[in-house]
Design a protein. Structure first.
Length: 193
């Protein structure tokens, strides 16, 4: 059977450290005469992360290594494994009420309660983080919305995942003499076309 993408990490996936980086395409011009600054904010925003797995025995490590080797040629789903649930009090079956591509504001239908800063959301295959709570039916997100999602599009707020690729085309692991494996890797968000 051929490998089917996107992949899902082995379950349970254990990470000892995940370092997320939210990156934005910005540039700044500083006048050499007045030192006044002008900021240019381009629409490009994305997630990058480095992942370190805890020391593992071979049986556990080989599942992760096999996943990473297969992921070199395709995409996979990934999430913040340390924070799979929201901090806020939101419940319900959430859907998009309004969403405009390259905007940060998401309109939400079906929510009871509110989100908290830092809550993760998944819309389609994109992973978002709440950076401002406007009301129980509106939040601002990072990164900018990937598309103008249709009203009624499902919003996942528990175990929210995004679509990623490996940050390099190499998979590296170490094996200590005691048979303990070390695995670390970089990932970058896969942006929709």
């Amino acid at each position: 059977m051929a490998i089917s993408y996107p992949l899902t990490p082995p379950s349970p996936f254990r990470a000892s450290k995940i370092s997320f980086t939210g990156t934005s395409a910005t540039s700044r011009n500083v006048s050499p005469f007045t030192f006044q600054q002008q900021q240019y904010n381009w629409p490009g925003q994305a997630w990058i992360a480095s992942v370190e797995c805890p020391p593992m025995v071979r049986a556990d490590a080989e599942a992760v290594i096999a996943f990473l080797l297969a992921a070199q040629r395709g995409t996979f789903f990934f999430q913040d494994y340390a924070n799979p649930t929201q901090r806020g009090t939101v419940t319900g079956t959430l859907t998009v009420s309004s969403a405009t591509a390259n905007s940060t504001t998401l309109g939400i239908s079906g929510a009871t309660g509110t989100f908290a800063l830092g809550d993760w959301l998944q819309i389609s295959t994109s992973l978002y983080k709440v950076v401002q709570v406007n009301s129980s039916s509106s939040v601002d997100l990072f990164p900018v919305l990937r598309s103008s999602y249709a009203a009624g599009t499902s919003i996942v707020y528990s175990n929210a995942k995004g679509l990623f690729r490996l940050g390099t085309n190499q998979t590296e692991w170490s094996i200590e003499l005691a048979g303990i494996y070390g695995v670390a890797f970089l990932i970058v968000e896969e942006l929709p076309q």
